[in-house]
Ligand binder design. Structure first.
Ligand SMILES: O=C(O)c1ccccc1NCC(=O)[C@H](O)[C@H](O)COP(=O)(O)O
Length: 213
């Protein structure tokens, strides 16, 4: 099971994350309205950290996304706004980084509306729909994912906390396309500063309740 820890930006906290938790992905948020936004002056410090980085963007221009890909060495681009299939297709022609499309989940999902993204994205990420786009700390009703009709893998996101590791593993038993989890505000001391103990605890619950592969 893949582990993404999102909303990182503090170098000391990142060092601890890498050495003590070892996530598969570290999320850097490039959305000025987010309290976890990575400001430009942090750029020099973050690129060299030995972990795969995913940049989180909300309705950003292609030019700005590609600039950040270079600046931070982003292995993946997480599109967390209203990006259209055409936008994603064009972006896919200009970068080798993985593209992830976020689906903001409300009471229903029109699965057909996701079909156009399939050739261009490496995975979907399902997050709770909110006005702030992400980082809400709120879960959506996971039942809706049991009707997921595609083979493409996805990450589960939105309000995941220390207590839900076993539930996630149960869900994965029923939906093998559930490829990993995205952890954020429920593991924070303050926006952008993660509690490493909580992350270690979550990871060990994932491993000891099942397998983390
Ligand atoms: O975290 C933010 O502040 C944020 C703001 C706007 C767009 C995306 C944002 N976060 C991206 C993520 O991938 C989060 O991990 C995801 O929204 C889940 O957050 P949480 O509900 O706090 O676990």
């Amino acid at each position: 099971m893949e582990l993404k820890v999102c909303g990182m930006r503090d170098p000391e906290n990142i060092r601890s994350l890498i050495s003590e938790v070892g996530p598969d992905w570290m999320g850097l948020i490039f959305y000025p309205k987010s309290p976890r936004n990575v400001p430009d002056e942090k750029a020099a410090h973050l690129k060299e950290f030995p972990v795969k980085k995913v940049g989180v963007f909300v309705n950003e221009t292609e030019q700005e996304i590609l600039k950040k890909v270079d600046q931070f060495g982003l292995a993946a681009i997480q599109l967390h706004g209203m990006e259209t299939v055409d936008f994603v297709k064009e972006l896919s022609e200009k970068t080798d980084s993985e593209l992830w499309k976020v689906i903001s989940v409300g009471p229903e999902i029109d699965w057909k509306s996701l079909e156009g993204y399939l050739p261009f994205v490496s995975k979907f990420l399902f997050d709770t729909a909110t006005a702030a786009h992400g980082g809400s700390g709120k879960r959506f009703d996971w039942e809706i994912l049991k009707t997921y009709p595609f083979d493409k893998g996805f990450l589960l996101s939105g309000g995941l906390d220390e207590e839900c590791a076993e539930e996630v593993l149960d869900l994965r038993e029923q939906i093998p396309q559930l490829q990993g989890v995205d952890l954020n505000s429920k593991f924070e001391e303050a926006p952008g500063l993660k509690n490493i103990e909580k992350l270690i605890n979550f990871k060990s619950r994932l491993i000891h309740s099942g397998t983390n592969n």
